[in-house]
Design a binder for this molecule. Sequence first.
Ligand code: AR6
Length: 188
Amino acid sequence: MNKRKQVTLIRGDITKLAVDAIVTSANKSLLGGGGLDYVIHKKAGMLMKQACIELNKRKGGCPTGQAEVTIAGDLPAQYIIHAVGPRWLDGQHNEADLLCSVYSNALSKADEMKVQTISFPSISTGVYGFPKQLAGEIAIGTVLSTLPHYSFVGHVLFVVQDSENYQVYQDLLSKIVDENLIINIEET
Ligand code: AR6
């Protein structure tokens, strides 16, 4: 059996991929918002919504840079990981560190749940306005540096929708040379 870990870049709709865990770009309330989070909440349905309401009541939501896990409801996954990325202000408000934290915290939560395959959107690069090049560097850098340490997470899918994000991820991933890692870049 091949024990090498895998990273895959896909251009498409993250809500349609069957994986163990789908990460959504949430806000601190965890109660749903715009962008991807809107679609996730709509497609997941009432059971996931209830789990979010419960987390909001019990923990007061989730701070920026951290993540919470719920069931995935009607989505083709077991779990949704609600990851709260930073809003980009001017780059002087700890935005880069917070984006790094949100990826590593989402992966830690996934590993705790024994998740093997997990798909990430490009967190904070929509409504929250994070520059896409820097966000891609942080996403890929954080995932690749932490992936070897997880016991269960073995395959990370980066799923992007727009051409700029796809180009950023494709350029970054195509430069990586790592014999312990399988890198798949799906052509568009
Ligand atoms: N599949 C893959 N990527 C997607 C999809 C999809 N179906 N839909 C959007 N994206 P955003 P943020 C990409 O705005 O910037 C919400 O109101 C999108 O192109 O969803 O982290 C939350 O509640 C972009 O690259 O999230 C928060 O308040 C990326 O997903 C706030 O927005 C993230 O875009 C979070 O802002």
